[in-house]
Design a binder for this molecule. Structure first.
Ligand code: 2YJ
Length: 276
């Protein structure tokens, strides 16, 4: 699991709203539509919730400590979805206390292991690994649908490759399978083959990556893959929650518009939808 660094999210307070527009341009869904799709709610219900619900982001100091701009970025993403949001002045348990005293309905907080959203009104809780995996699976399905002429069951019986079989990779494999995809897995750690086999996915080697045009990346390694190793550029689609981006610089430039990759936005937006 990658720990974010301040440099990667330093301008998110300015860019969170633009990212929403960019996501819309690439997939037809903004944060709100994506959160609605994953949480199986109507956009109008989320819009309605945004009028009354206040969100607090609580900085957490334990473990490796506060990541500069993390809580501020979370609040900015939530605000870009139309909700009221604030960052607590105090941290940890005292911050949670402050959130409640200041009438927050939903609290976002993360330590080194877990990033959660807790709904103080109805007890719902969502978690970033699942929200990220499900959000990106939805994005891949939507992009595939748009590419293939607006089909609803865009992944049905389609080969889909998941890169990396860690927590998010496993959750994406499960979700993409439930969407009808025929999931294969590439994982450089060969000791995971046993688990991939027993989970029922096809194990592929690095050369075979080129046979897939629908890819979900959950490797937490940057720049290891070049466009030459991929299916023809004009049809490949990549949903890439893995941080840093798997593509090398030149390939990232050449494949612009064919992949979605972010630092925090998609997972956070989906967490909010799931926590309502
Ligand atoms: O409040 C803060 O500023 C920090 N305690 C935030 C820590 C954020 N945590 C991480 O980035 C961890 N890698 C866990 C995130 C889980 C995402 N799947």
């Amino acid at each position: 699991m990658t720990r974010l660094i301040t440099e990667w999210i330093s301008d998110m307070e300015e860019t969170a709203a633009d990212w929403n527009d960019r996501l819309k341009a690439y997939t037809g869904m903004g944060y709100m539509e994506l959160a609605a799709a994953v949480s199986e709610r109507n956009v109008s219900d989320i819009l309605h919730a945004s009028e009354t619900i206040t969100v607090a982001a609580v900085p957490v100091t334990c473990g490796e400590g506060i990541i500069g701009n993390f809580a501020e970025s979370v609040a900015a993403i939530v605000r870009a979805m139309g909700f009221k949001a604030f960052v607590t002045e105090y941290t940890d348990v005292d911050g949670l206390y402050e959130a409640k005293v200041r009438d927050a309905d939903i609290v976002f907080m993360a330590d080194d292991i877990r990033y959660v959203a807790l709904n103080l009104i109805n007890g719902n809780m969502s978690e970033n690994n699942m929200a990220t995996a499900y959000g990106y699976a939805e994005i891949l399905r939507t992009m595939a649908g748009a590419r293939d002429g607006g089909m609803n069951g865009a992944l049905t019986d389609k080969p889909v490759l998941v890169l990396g079989y860690g927590i998010v990779g496993q959750l994406m494999a499960e979700r993409l399978t439930s969407m009808g995809g025929r999931v294969a897995v590439y994982e450089k750690d060969e000791t995971k083959k046993v688990q991939v086999d027993s989970d029922g996915y096809l194990w592929v080697n690095r050369k075979e990556i080129a046979e897939y045009n629908l890819i979900a990346d959950a490797t937490c390694e940057g720049g290891w893959l070049s466009a030459d190793e991929l299916y023809e550029e004009s049809s490949v689609l990549i949903a890439a929650p893995g941080i840093p981006l798997l593509l090398d610089e030149k390939s990232a430039e050449n494949l612009k518009g064919r992949y979605i990759h972010d630092m925090l936005e998609i997972g956070t937006a989906v967490m909010l939808g799931l926590a309502l």
